[in-house]
Structures are given as structure tokens and as C-alpha cells.
Design a protein around this ligand. Structure first.
Ligand code: ATP
Length: 266
């Protein structure tokens, strides 16, 4: 990339779309280095769309789900975090940090397999400091029944996992994992995706905000006793939380109807 091309991405930090464009750029760069699949760009765009109508912030329903998710990962016997290309491109450092704090392995699990992709993602995660990694050797993977796609292949982390966190996941695999008796934590900006609806704990928020918040909760919840942590999971009602999230979207749209044009001057 020449200097002119590099500078075309340079945006002033006070630009109203600075954050969104910064992460969009990370996804594009990830595609150039094989970390992100072409379809990952489209998935990111779908996420951005939902983020807009959630007000691009961590809502109170997301906070509740994040707290329950961290509590579930603490009490789990074999927790694991599934990592795809978009996730590795967007939040490698935070993934490595959460994995360390909670001693949870990361498992690279890809829909679009291509020579060199696993290696590229492994390098990104290792550079970020991750050392508990599964999903590196395809020849050692086993197949989940009930799935046609490449993602039927899983490694030891997901195979033996009791609580599996699946950020930016597709519905078919979430459903297959549920049918295998796994407990699922989803991170998905779309509150009515099949993944969001199948999961046990659905965090409707952007992964770029979720991971730092999970790290904060991990530090906080580790100071509680095990019964208190179990209660947080037991008292969390996913269906209710998703319905409340849909209400937040409805209210946000209603508010935009009243106020969106106020700052627009011709
Ligand atoms: P499903 O099969 O579950 O109905 P889908 O076909 O939309 O959903 P994919 O496109 O495979 O599933 O998954 C991408 C999902 O990830 C989308 O629901 C999208 O909203 C969400 N997503 C994309 N980027 C982000 C992000 N940065 N943070 C959280 N969620 C995201």
C-alpha cells in the first residue's frame, strides 16, 4: 500500500463515524491478510446496521447479559470461546486478556476454510498474547452431527465444552451445538438472528464494546463467592432480556422520529 492509499483511511478522531470506520478498516485489513473471509465483510455490515439502531452503545440489557455470561464462564467446567476471522480481526488483544483472566481456551473455528487462514488467525492471536489455543490442526478435528457446513469440524475445546461462547456465529451451528446439549453464550448485534434466539445467554451488542466490559466483569465477579455467581446465571432470563432489547430498539426509532432532524440544517 502506498502512502496516498494509507492516508485515505486517516480520519480525524472527532469525525462522527470515527469508531465505526476504524473497525471497518480493521476488517478490510484482515481480509487482505487472510484473517477475514470475503463473507466476513458482509456479516460486519449487517452488524453495523443493527448497531446503528441500538444507538451504538452498550445498553442495560447487554450489560445484564454480559454479567450473566461472565458468571456462566466462571462456573463452567469446560468453557471455551469460539473464534472466527472477524472476531480475531476486531478484538485480538481483549480475547487474549479474557482468556488469561478466566483461564479459558480460544478455539479457532472457521466457516470459510482456505489454505493459510488458520495460520493467519493463530499468528494474530499469539501476537496478542493468547496461549490457550485450540483449532490449529484440522487433521485432529472431529465432526459434529447435524451440520453440513465446514463448521461441523470442531476441536477438543468445543467438543468437550459445557459453556461455549460463540461471537458472530451462524444459526445452523448454534442450533447444532444446542442439540448436542451445550450451553451457548452468543454475542450478536441482531437480537432476532437464529443464533440470538437459540442461545442461553445472548449479548446484543458490538463485540468491540462487549469484550472490554467482560474483562471488567471478570475482575469484579471473581471477588464474589460461588453461590453468588451461580445466582447471577440462575436469575438471568434470556427471552425476557431479548424482548426488552427489542423494546429499546423500538424506543430508539421512536426517539429518532422526534429528534433526528433537529441538528440537520440546510
Ligand atoms: P443467523 O444464521 O444466526 O440467523 P446470520 O445469517 O445473520 O444469522 P451470520 O451472517 O453468519 O449470521 O453472522 C453474523 C452475525 O454477527 C450477524 O447477526 C451480525 O449482526 C453479527 N455481527 C456482525 N458484526 C458484529 C459485531 N462487531 N459485534 C456483534 N455482532 C456482530
Amino acid at each position: 500500500m502506498n502512502d496516498k492509499e494509507k492516508n485515505s483511511h486517516a480520519l480525524p478522531k472527532d469525525h462522527p463515524r470515527y469508531q465505526s470506520l476504524k473497525y471497518r478498516h480493521k476488517i478490510i485489513e484482515g481480509m487482505k491478510t487472510l484473517v477475514v473471509a470475503e463473507a466476513g465483510l458482509i456479516a460486519h455490515g449487517r452488524g453495523e446496521c443493527f448497531d446503528y439502531i441500538l444507538g451504538e452503545k452498550t445498553n442495560k440489557t447487554a450489560k445484564k447479559a454480559i454479567e450473566a455470561a461472565v458468571a456462566a464462564l466462571i462456573i463452567a467446567k469446560n468453557p471455551v470461546i469460539s473464534v472466527n476471522g472477524n472476531v480475531a480481526a476486531l478484538v485480538p488483544n481483549q480475547l487474549a486478556k479474557l482468556s488469561k483472566i478466566l483461564k479459558i481456551p480460544l478455539e479457532i473455528n472457521l466457516f470459510y476454510r482456505k489454505e493459510g487462514r488458520i495460520e493467519a488467525i493463530k499468528n494474530v492471536l499469539e501476537k496478542a498474547g493468547a496461549d490457550l489455543l485450540f483449532g490449529l490442526d484440522e487433521s485432529k478435528m472431529v465432526e459434529l452431527d447435524g451440520l453440513e457446513s465446514n463448521r461441523r469440524k470442531v476441536d477438543q475445546g468445543i467438543l468437550h465444552g459445557d459453556w461455549i461462547m460463540v461471537p458472530l456465529e451462524d444459526g445452523d451451528r448454534t442450533e447444532a451445538l444446542k442439540k448436542k446439549g451445550k450451553n451457548i453464550i452468543a454475542i450478536d448485534l441482531n437480537p432476532i438472528s437464529r443464533t440470538a434466539l437459540w442461545a442461553d445467554i445472548t449479548i446484543v451488542d458490538n463485540i468491540i464494546r462487549v469484550l472490554p466490559e467482560m474483562i471488567n466483569f471478570a475482575k469484579k465477579l471473581k471477588t464474589l463467592n460461588i453461590e453468588q455467581i451461580k445466582d447471577i446465571v440462575k436469575n438471568f432470563d434470556n427471552k425476557k432480556n431479548i424482548i426488552e432489547t427489542l423494546d429499546l430498539i423500538k424506543n430508539y426509532i421512536e426517539d429518532q422520529k422526534q429528534n433526528a432532524f433537529k441538528n440537520i440544517k440546510s
